[in-house]
Design a protein around this ligand. Structure first.
Ligand SMILES: Nc1ncnc2c1ncn2[C@@H]1O[C@H](COP(=O)(O)OP(=O)(O)OP(=O)(O)O)[C@@H](O)[C@H]1O
Ligand SMILES: [Mg+2]
Length: 375
């Protein structure tokens, strides 16, 4: 288990406030914005979800961040997981026409070889309509039993493609239809991109009542809690004022502070100021895209470019190796070289494999920067 998980700082009041707002019914959905790595997902899964469940909701969570699936498939998949027993799911599918069956396959095996076998592939418009229909039918089935809270993480992805926009429209229709039993909460880490989905004129999920809310970031009480935990487990005293200041400096992102604390616990010779300085340096490096790029060797650069284009590529697949050899210009480049380059990229905190099984860049703005490099 990660240190950060063991040290979870619960936010029950915030969860209650959000849920109460949705329960009240003045709005049926709400959208929250917070910068990356500030704790949105943890809040949804560790705080809001259990609370909503205890109040009788069926909670469905979908993460649209760099998913290998299309947003539609990711949404379907998330609802499917909540629809147990599976006979119910089959009932819904059976009620719809056969093409949707193929879609179900797609949702389950998206990204895998099945993709090529989908008859609907040739008619993307039809496919989108079917996914929308399926989402609507699945939600109708789910909400028959209990109210449903649909948590859609990194919802700005809905604005990235035509399909995403159609899904957003479908969600809106469903939300209107099921407004007595359905609530949605969207999150996003790009204000501009969220605007394309929720607030701009013509935004597919535009609704007069729901603006994009700022998600309250963790604050002093979070830092105080850490200080207390450290004292309990190490008898070492953290300078609380300095820690609060550092947390502010880190944009109230838990990770650098936790890492500093970890370093402090493991190396008694270090001072807190030193560990903070180390984290600061690391963060500063992150903002220096050109510097980061210049610090990469040829293999690392080609890998970074490939991963920026498609975070789900398999770096060790034969086809990838062939491409790498060509672009790096080294004939006998082997998988071990690729592995080493990937290790270096992870060490430099550029990009690393995530538990979600795709490669995740540490810094989204670096990815954008890389994508825009002109040869
Ligand atoms: N309440 C909390 N208590 C302790 N640690 C937390 C808390 N919330 C978040 N963290 C830690 O902060 C880090 C970022 O959290 P999380 O992944 O929830 O952020 P996010 O805003 O969803 O980030 P992303 O933009 O990557 O989706 C994680 O390491 C997480 O463990
Ligand atoms: Mg998240």
């Amino acid at each position: 288990m990660e240190l950060t998980e063991l040290w979870h700082f619960p936010r029950p009041d915030l969860a209650s406030a959000y849920l109460a707002t949705l329960n009240a019914g003045l709005v049926t959905s709400t959208t929250i914005f917070a910068p990356r790595r500030t704790g949105k997902t943890v809040f949804l899964l560790r705080d809001l979800k259990p609370l909503a469940e205890s109040e009788g909701y069926t909670v469905v969570y979908a993460d649209l961040w760099q998913t290998r699936q299309t947003p539609g498939a990711a949404l379907v998949r998330a609802i499917e997981e909540a629809l147990e027993p599976h006979s119910l799911l089959d009932k819904v599918i059976a009620r719809l026409q056969t093409p949707v069956k193929a879609l179900k396959g797609k949702a389950e095996f998206a990204g895998a070889k099945l993709e090529g076998h989908i008859d609907l592939e040739h008619d993307p418009k039809r496919e989108i309509t079917d996914t929308a229909l399926l989402i609507d039918a699945l939600i109708a089935e789910l909400t028959k039993r209990r109210p449903m809270l649909f948590l859609i993480d990194e919802a700005q992805a809905l604005g990235r493609s035509k399909e995403g926009e159609e899904m957003a429209r479908a969600l809106r229709t469903t939300l209107t239809k099921q407004q007595r039993k359905l609530r949605m909460l969207f999150t996003g880490s790009s204000r501009t991109k969220l605007g394309h989905v929720f607030t701009n004129a013509n935004a597919p999920l535009y609704s007069a009542a729901s603006t994009v809310q700022d998600f309250p970031l963790l604050g002093d009480d979070f830092v105080d809690n850490i200080a207390r935990r450290i004292k309990e487990s190490t008898r070492r005293k953290l300078d609380v004022a300095a820690a609060r200041e550092a947390f502010e400096l880190f944009g109230r992102r838990p990770e650098p502070l936790m890492e500093a604390v970890l370093a402090l616990m493991m190396s008694p010779a270090l001072t807190f100021q030193q560990t903070i300085a180390m984290q600061q340096e690391k963060l500063a490096r992150r903002e220096n895209h050109e510097g980061t790029w210049n610090s990469l060797d040829a293999t690392e650069r080609v890998l970074v470019r490939m991963l920026a284009d498609d975070p789900s590529i398999k770096p060790f697949a034969k086809a990838t190796l062939v491409r790498l050899r060509k672009h790096v210009g080294i004939e006998d480049l082997q998988a071990t070289h690729v592995q080493k380059a990937l290790n270096r990229l992870a060490e430099k905190t550029v990009v690393a494999k995530s538990p979600r099984d795709v490669y995740e860049f540490e810094n989204e703005s670096f990815v954008d920067w890389v994508r825009n490099i002109v040869d």
